[in-house]
Design a protein around this ligand. Structure first.
Ligand code: NAP
Ligand code: F7E
Length: 343
């Protein structure tokens, strides 16, 4: 019999890629979306899978709605990908972020406990839990020290997942995923902001773009590879927590330089801090300007993941890293700018 998977956050980057993967594996896929005045299924449309998914209105803020959804859908597996996931936004909306990204997890776990504790559960935990990490690289045993309302909300979601595993014997896994990107990444996140801007500059639609802290480093992987890891976690004999990462990190500055390199342009940096700018080496045009508006009240300067447990126990390994990832994303954005109807 076909297994049924219920994915919250189906309209997001990971929701779309996970749905695509599970459809290929023969699952009946049900996606949870929240009511908005204008619905946006563009990522599902981009992958050509919208018609293959059953869509159910669910909001992480409403426990009664989640109970009803779990009763109706009767899933074998639930992947909780819904969240207010933009760290910068969480400083401006800390309570909303806490309610959706933190308490929302309990709403869903309660629905599982009440309706069917046999449902397998995946929680989207994050490297933001580590924050100002005391060690590098970070693994499943590294202490957490989050640095944003988002990170704090995810910390609650992480521990309540473990608590329901221990209290009610629910098969609940937490994937501690480091940053993962793709052509479907939201335009507000830095990698996609860069590839989209570089593509626009290439086609003369933008002169320069503004950026925040150039020297923060992240461990960036490819979203398509990470959603496979989510599924693998739920196929194990025992529920557990796993780090997924590439074990390589790069700065925002390197991302910008690499993307311009892909289109044969080199950046020369001038000045420091809030006044720093990046010029085209050959033409002298300003292509990048630092704008302190993009600085965060508290920043995480350096994250690097150790995925050896996932490699050992799940046989999961990333293949696409910084250079290839930036190439995939930039190529997609160049195509979108060349054929604007598709963007
Ligand atoms: P994303 O693109 O921002 O997607 C988030 C999804 O959550 C969207 O579908 C959004 O719906 C939905 N959502 C927001 N508030 C909701 C609510 N109140 N009720 C129901 N749905 C709601 O995020 P992503 O990059 O795919 O990430 C997926 C999950 O992994 C998130 O939980 C994120 O925090 C976590 N994570 C991401 C990364 C990463 O690098 N991508 C790393 C670690 C963990 P709308 O379209 O209506 O806004
Ligand atoms: O920032 C710096 C920024 O917004 C990355 C989410 O998926 O991954 C994501 O969170 C870094 C930060 O992602 C700009 O200050 C500089 O240090 O792309 P981001 P994030 O905050 O790491 C984690 C793992 C998640 O769980 C989250 O859900 O880049 N940065 N200049 C900038 N960031 C943005 N967005 N825009 C800038 O102009």
């Amino acid at each position: 019999m076909k297994k049924t998977a219920f994915i919250t956050g189906i309209t997001g980057q990971d929701g779309a890629y996970l749905a695509e993967l599970l459809l290929k594996k023969g699952y009946h896929v049900v996606g949870g979306f929240r009511r908005l005045s204008t619905l946006n299924f563009s990522r599902l449309d981009e992958l050509g899978i919208r018609e293959k998914i059953k869509l159910v209105e669910t909001d992480m803020l409403d426990a009664s709605n989640l109970i009803r959804a779990v009763q109706e859908v009767k899933p074998d597996e639930i992947y909780n990908l819904a969240a207010q996931s933009f760290v910068a936004h969480s400083f401006k909306n800390p309570i909303l972020t806490g309610n959706i990204t933190g308490l929302g997890v309990t709403n869903l776990l309660e629905a599982i406990r009440i309706v069917n504790p046999g449902i397998r559960f995946y929680q989207a935990s994050t490297s933001e839990l580590y924050g100002a990490a005391a060690e590098s690289p970070q693994n499943e045993n590294t202490p957490f020290k989050p640095r944003s309302p988002y990170g704090v909300a995810k910390l609650y979601g992480h521990w309540i997942t473990i608590n329901y595993r221990e209290s009610y014997d629910i098969f609940a896994c937490a994937g501690i995923l480091f940053n993962h990107e793709s052509p479907l990444r939201g335009l507000e996140f830095v990698t996609r902001k860069i590839t989209d801007s570089v593509a626009k500059i290439h086609y003369g639609k933008l002169k320069y773009f503004e950026i925040g802290n150039l020297d923060v480093k992240r461990d960036w992987g490819y979203a398509k590879e990470y959603v496979k890891g989510m599924w693998m976690m739920l196929q194990q004999e025992k529920p557990d927590n796993f780090v997924l990462a590439t074990n390589e990190n790069h700065s925002v500055r390197e991302w910008i330089e690499t993307c311009f390199n892909h289109i044969d342009r080199q950046i020369l940096w001038e000045d420091k801090g809030e006044n720093e700018i990046g010029r085209d080496v050959k033409t002298g045009e300003i292509l990048v300007k630092v704008n302190p508006e993009y600085f965060r009240p508290a920043e995480i300067h350096d994250l690097l993941g150790d995925y050896s447990k996932a490699k050992r126990e799940l046989d999961w390994e990333p293949h696409i890293k910084h250079r290839e990832l930036s190439e995939i994303m930039l190529k997609a954005d160049l195509e979108k700018q060349a054929n604007p109807k598709r963007s």
